[in-house]
Design a protein around this ligand. Sequence first.
Ligand SMILES: Nc1ncnc2c1ncn2[C@@H]1O[C@H](COP(=O)(O)OP(=O)(O)OP(=O)(O)O)[C@@H](O)[C@H]1O
Ligand SMILES: [Mg+2]
Length: 125
Amino acid sequence: VVVPETVPPVEADRGRFEQILVNLLRNAAKYSFADAEVLVETQVTPTEVVISVTNYGPGMTPDEIPRLFTRFYRTREAEGSGIPGLGLGPYIAKGLVEAHGGHIWAESEADKRTTFHFTLPRAME
Ligand SMILES: Nc1ncnc2c1ncn2[C@@H]1O[C@H](COP(=O)(O)OP(=O)(O)OP(=O)(O)O)[C@@H](O)[C@H]1O
Ligand SMILES: [Mg+2]
């Protein structure tokens, strides 16, 4: 976890925030090379906090990334490897993030690493 000592407060439901983060962390662990680390980082902008989860694993190809956030989508790699799953995780995370007024996106380098980023609006101080 590479997070500064103080991160400004965000406007979010605690339980839903946990659901989003756990969802991304579970997938990061699930689609990782053996013993690879998972990295959690934050970045602060004037209006938002960006939370990023990176893992080192088989990743995805560019054509698969936009399809990730649709219901029941699983990558060829995930299907082919026999790892069980439903394909609802990123779809649910997107719904929750957007309900908070944030956005979520992914970037991936096949056979190398994947990062999911999501934003939450900063709370009025
Ligand atoms: N960090 C990641 N690296 C590589 N592929 C990923 C990653 N996160 C998600 N995916 C891909 O997105 C698909 C959808 O993720 P989702 O969490 O919905 O499914 P799952 O983990 O296979 O199933 P479930 O969460 O129901 O056990 C996965 O099947 C996998 O193909
Ligand atoms: Mg999952």
